[in-house]
Ligand binder design. Structure first.
Ligand SMILES: N=CN[C@@H](CCC(=O)O)C(=O)O
Ligand SMILES: [Zn+2]
Length: 432
């Protein structure tokens, strides 16, 4: 093979492909043994896509005459697909460290929300913030996530709750998508809370009659590209009926349904999502057995968020029951002013310890299954030919160290690569 390629990563102790037969997600037995090559190499072409991932000897012979823009000798290191974070709220102004103190002193999430704090506090600050300030804080957060190994991240709006600020947030995410190498899946979450002074019915009408039509115009004009629609379906927020009408309207515009459900109370959100063909439902701390069965049947991914249950001291989502029922389990950091965590390695560690997932289950949940939850598992989430050349190279001989060493990812992650370009080199503390 004599053509020029972008990147060769050679002689890695382990190359963790995750899967190798074009699987769109992994459940049950598929999660028991992830596909790992001992002594492997990876080739990424000049189009940024994976050309080969296999035994080092085979690739050496196959690419004997090829040239590469860059060669990384990964002797003694591990190569993994870039991590996928399936749930974040990364655009906001005004932190909530004071509320963290209140919660440590015993206040619940809803106590703070009803007292006008929580999402409402963030809405007030985000409405007042300049788009340029939101973009610069968002960019910093995304770089931090990328350094922790995330190469595809879902980003929600939802701290505007009215047209102008929701559009401002979506535009800021769109601008970050164009400026930064990290891959972004963009979610409209105008139904994140009922704005102060409005009833649920009024808020729902505003979304259906004002916000979604404007979004549709912007999408048709090609100035905004929204991927998913989200609603916070919860007692005291959006009930099942209003959730249904908003999600249906989003689906009719071609958006993937991906929403917050069954977090603080059992709402039958899982059944609703399954019925509507949702790609994913997040949280599910209070999901019922019927909800689990419905999601397994409908192939609706469960995006579990270990940081939320940890910080709010909620019951843990029933990951084991979901896995045993064949639900597609994915993970997200839930980065937001309530749960300030940018690190999917920490999320995987919490999923293993608190939700009793195994390390292979957690890694699949943070790669191929999270990519599925975002409708991207045909291009992301595993190291397979023709997928994006997004990967991590770890300073360790066994991939499990990324989960085992709690908070150790900064030292462990040597390189982060997106489409064959090194976007983070820990040795040079470089971020591009
Ligand atoms: N539960 C609703 N939304 C977020 C929290 C957002 C916030 O508190 O600002 C979540 O997923 O945890
Ligand atoms: Zn959320």
């Amino acid at each position: 093979m004599s053509s020029n390629h972008r990147l060769l990563v050679r002689n890695a102790k382990q190359v963790v492909l995750i899967c190798s037969n074009g699987e769109k997600y992994l459940t049950k037995h598929g999660l028991q043994n992830l596909c790992v090559i001992e002594n492997g190499s990876v080739v990424i072409g000049s189009d940024g896509l994976i050309k080969a991932a296999g035994p080092a000897e085979t690739i050496r012979a196959q690419y004997a005459g090829a040239t590469f823009d860059k060669v990384i000798d990964a002797t003694g290191m591990c190569v993994l697909p870039g991590l996928v974070d399936a749930h974040t709220h990364p655009v906001w102004a005004g932190d909530r460290v004071h509320e963290f103190a209140m919660k440590l002193a015993g206040a619940t999430y809803m106590d703070v929300h009803r007292a006008g704090g929580g999402i409402h506090f963030t809405v007030e600050h985000t409405r007042a913030a300049a788009a340029s300030d939101l973009l610069s804080s968002l960019s910093g957060r995304l770089v931090r996530m990328q350094r922790a190994g995330t190469t595809l991240v879902e980003c929600k709006s939802g701290y505007g709750l009215e047209l102008q600020t929701e559009l401002k947030m979506l535009d800021v995410i769109e601008a970050a998508r164009r400026a930064l190498p990290i891959n972004i899946s963009l979610t409209y979450c105008g139904a994140h809370a009922v704005p102060k002074g409005k009833t649920v019915a009024e808020a729902t009408q505003d979304i259906l009659q004002v916000q979604l039509p404007r979004l549709k115009q912007r999408m048709s004009a090609g100035t905004l590209s929204v991927d998913n629609i989200d609603v916070f379906c919860e007692q005291g927020v959006f009930d099942l009926g209003s959730t249904r009408s908003i999600l249906q309207a989003g689906r009719d515009m071609g958006l993937n349904i991906n929403f917050h459900g069954d977090e603080l109370h059992p709402m039958n959100s899982a059944q609703l999502g399954a019925e509507l063909g949702a790609l994913a439902i997040s949280h599910l701390e209070e999901v019922t057995d019927e909800g689990i069965a419905a999601m397994a049947k409908a192939k609706t991914a469960a995006v579990l968020l270990p940081t939320t249950a940890y910080i709010l001291r909620l019951p843990q989502p029933r990951a084991r029951d979901m896995l045993e029922a064949g639900v597609i389990v994915a993970l997200g950091s839930d980065f937001n002013p309530n749960a300030y965590c940018c690190s999917m390695p920490i999320v995987m560690h919490l999923a293993c310890v608190n939700m009793r997932m195994s390390m292979p289950e957690a890694l699949a949940a943070a790669t191929i299954n999270a990519a599925y939850a975002l409708g991207r598992s045909h291009t992301h989430g595993s190291l397979e030919v023709n997928k994006h050349g997004d990967l991590l190279i770890l300073n360790t001989t066994r991939w499990e160290h990324l989960i085992y060493q709690l908070g150790g990812h900064q030292e462990l992650i040597r390189y982060v690569v997106v489409k064959g370009n090194v976007v983070h080199d820990n040795d040079k503390t470089m971020d591009l």
